[in-house]
Write a protein that binds this ligand. Structure first.
Ligand code: A3P
Length: 290
């Protein structure tokens, strides 16, 4: 079954939500880069909002100490979904963007190793299950109530973000072209402090012990879930159905086991496991493994 044109369109082999346009995506090739720019690149449901929040906390003292109440979306806007109000060229430096773009559609200058990219991956069974629940909550994502059907769409890459394996393997196999730090959701979950330190080192930022503690505490699942900005609670009702979920849902490793049957997991493995094993990533599939 093909995805509904009400939700998705394809541009250069990649599925985008209809909130953007092919013309705008195409213009990003020439998007002017500042050397201090930071891009958070992910396949959907891999920990984007978490990483956005961490970066905002690292960079903005006013976020850390609670004196500035700026929506995450304004602070760290999407690159390919042009926000109606924010002029991306006028953001304070360092600018931080979030993107689900595949490696081959990002601004040209990134391929000249300018700016910094943080690419976050997550084990794909948790990604898929998170995506399935998200599709019920997010009105701009086509809801496929039957999980079997959703899984087939996911496995064939006919969802926003296209094929998970192509996205991840594309970025990993082109790492040499970029100034890039790879992180996994699971390592962030296992030891958030070390992950925050890794990000700081990559970006050449120094935080005091106190500041570091504050970032780690505020970026925990429990605290972010309570924070209306981190949980995107202010999104309008025509975008999300607040009765059907929230941005921060379970925030754990291995929740796929609560949705996938053994047969579904085997089908998934049959399609993807060989390719997953070829990736230079040691995925963690269960919270007890950390
Ligand atoms: P679940 O649906 O499995 O709970 P994205 O931001 O890329 O859309 O990813 C969303 C996923 O990241 C959701 O997964 C969400 O709960 C999880 N997440 C967000 N903040 C988190 C945090 N602080 N700790 C752990 N998981 C978090």
């Amino acid at each position: 079954m093909e995805p509904s044109k009400d939700y998705l369109f394809k541009y250069k082999g990649f599925y985008f939500g209809v909130e953007t346009t092919p013309e705008y995506i195409s213009s990003l090739e020439d998007f002017e880069i500042n050397d201090s720019d930071i891009f958070i690149a992910t396949y959907p449901k891999s920990g984007t909002v978490w990483t956005q929040n961490i970066l905002s906390l690292i960079i903005h003292e006013g976020h850390r100490n609670g004196t500035e109440k700026i929506e995450t979306m304004e602070r760290i806007p999407w690159l390919e979904y042009k926000p109606p109000t924010t002029d991306l060229t006028k953001l304070p430096l360092p600018r931080v963007f979030a993107t689900h773009l595949p490696y081959y559609l990002v601004p040209r200058d990134l391929r000249n190793k300018r700016a910094s990219i943080i690419y976050v991956t997550r084990n794909p069974k948790d990604v898929m299950v998170s995506y399935y629940h998200f599709s019920k909550y997010m009105k701009t994502v086509e809801e496929i109530a039957d999980f079997n059907l959703f899984m087939e769409r996911f496995l064939s890459g006919k969802v926003l973000g296209s094929s998970w394996i192509d996205h991840v393997s594309g970025w990993y196999s082109h790492a040499e072209d970029f100034n890039i730090l790879f992180l996994t959701y699971e390592e962030m979950k296992k030891d958030l402090r070390s992950a925050v330190l890794k990000i700081c080192k990559f970006l050449g930022r120094k935080l005091s012990e106190e500041e570091l503690d504050s970032v780690v505490t505020q970026a925990s699942f429990e605290n972010m879930k309570k924070d209306p900005r981190a949980n995107y609670e202010n999104l309008p009702d025509d975008v999300v159905d607040k009765h059907k979920g929230s941005f921060l849902r379970k925030g754990t490793i291995g929740d796929w086991k609560n949705t996938m049957t053994v047969a579904q997991s085997e089908r998934f493995d049959q399609v993807l496991m060989e390719k997953i094993k070829a990736l230079p990533i040691n995925f963690i599939w269960d919270i007890n493994e950390i």
